[in-house]
Write a new protein. Structure first.
Length: 288
């Protein structure tokens, strides 16, 4: 899915950070703290002093981008996709009677300090609830192909939209209400992730008709079937079963935290086709 010709996006939405290395000692503890937070919801950063070093955010930001630049430069794509997500979710939550706030966003290389602990690029894109920030090392998109996905704009936008979905869960209370310390195919951890996939699908289904209030131009061109398949392949690539198989292990549903490839594709499709918060309530069904 490409940005509509004539579109333009203001700068400053995404901060640049990181560039350091995660060192032994504090950095290693920081990675452990981050892993504990992301997979259990337990925030240990304040008790360990782990948020130290490897490169915090700077005053530098991703600058203004044209649609053409957003279609070719990944940092511009990140910024422009967030612009579209801001517009979509502001209207969607307001219509549902909710309160909206934008997440912060950071692009980094190598390693970065976050409100959840220190992160390295090997962590992959993630959302940190304590500082309400999405963190993306855009080089991650090159790794999607290694997991079996076809790279493409919508595949990359899916990843960003999924992390944005976690922000929606944070401000609506889902993050606090869910028991994210459990694992398994029916766990709250999996339900949280599948709902974020569904929210990503909601945005994708509406993005080609969502108008940028600053330009009067719709954000994105209509999705082609090939682009949709690329996004679905990206969702499948990060399924727990696929990752377990790619790492040479056996599939163990009891250890799942994100859901299977089939589930992730299906819930993205549910959001894409039905486009409602109610349809994305993964906590209201016994059959994930």
């Amino acid at each position: 899915m490409t940005f509509q010709e004539g579109g333009s996006f203001g700068g400053g939405r995404v901060r640049k950070g990181g560039g350091g290395k995660v060192a032994a000692g504090g950095g290693a503890v920081g990675l452990l703290v981050l892993a504990i937070y992301l997979f259990t919801g337990v925030d240990l950063s304040g008790s360990t002093g782990a948020v130290q070093d490897p490169g915090g955010q700077t005053s530098e930001t991703v600058g203004a981008c044209t649609a053409e630049q957003a279609n070719t430069d990944r940092n511009c794509l990140y910024s422009a996709t967030l612009d579209s997500l801001d517009t979509y979710w502001s209207a969607t939550l307001s219509a549902a009677g909710g309160q909206f706030s934008q997440p912060d966003a950071v692009t980094f290389t190598d390693a970065v300090a976050t409100g959840c602990g220190n992160a390295s690029s090997s962590t992959g894109p993630f959302y940190c609830p304590p500082d309400a920030t999405i963190y993306v090392d855009v080089s991650f998109f090159d790794q999607l192909a290694q997991l079996g996905a076809e790279d493409g704009p919508l595949a990359e936008q899916y990843v960003i939209a999924h992390e944005y979905g976690h922000h929606i869960q944070n401000i609506t209370g889902v993050m606090d209400q869910a028991n994210r310390q459990g694992t398994g195919a029916d766990s709250d951890s999996v339900r949280v992730e599948l709902q974020a996939d569904c929210y990503a699908g909601m945005w994708a289904g509406a993005a080609a008709s969502t108008v940028d209030p600053d330009t009067g131009v719709t954000y994105l061109e209509p999705i082609t079937q090939e682009q949709l398949q690329n996004a679905l392949a990206a969702a499948a690539a990060v399924g727990d079963d696929n990752i377990q198989e790619q790492s040479g292990g056996s599939v163990n549903q009891d250890s799942w935290t994100h859901g299977s490839s089939e589930q992730r594709e299906r819930w993205f499709t549910t959001g894409y086709e039905q486009g409602t918060l109610e349809a994305c309530d993964t906590f209201a069904t016994d059959q994930l």
